[in-house]
Design a protein around this ligand. Sequence first.
Ligand SMILES: [Zn+2]
Length: 208
Amino acid sequence: MVDISNFLKKIFKLKKDREDGNLEKVQMATNTRDQQDEKGDTDPSNKEEKSKSTYKRLCLPLNYEELSRVDRPTLGRYVDVVVFRAFVFSIIKYLGFNSTHKIYSAGKGFGKSLRVRTMDDLIRYFRELGIGIVEVVEKNPVLRIRIYESVFCSGFPNIGECVCHYERGILAGCLENILNKKVEVVETRCCACGDDYCEFEVRIPGER
Ligand SMILES: [Zn+2]
């Protein structure tokens, strides 16, 4: 459904200029962050419990710190966005019922594992991880967040459908840590709908 031919043409072009180590800073900041995340992760001295908690959130036998370890001396830690997009969008059809919500939930788990505590952290993480450039365009009465150059959809043709379910999940996970409450994130504008950016509305269940 999604035409990614333009990205396939670039798949073997390595972006060495991006291998300048910014992600190492993110990893180190995460490793040294001692803020507590959620129940069951309240004792920073218990590293085993902390690791298990992160493991549960990611639903993988690896936590975020372990996922961040990369041993690719020639290719580095970056990969063309087409590989990432192909993975996310091709797996949706294998997830069956409610697949987009499952992708959203998976993104939420990843977002929570980042242990973001402030909006400035969120903006910095999204940029350093290459997810997109975040701008908060409205705070009241609704929190509205715009993302430019989305790793998921920038450059997509207009297919009339918002497609950034994993991205809004990451946002939701980060925002739940920042706001310390449950949130739902809805994508209201998307490059896949002909917009120049993606825009997300943050809803607090029970408050609207
Ligand atoms: Zn989008």
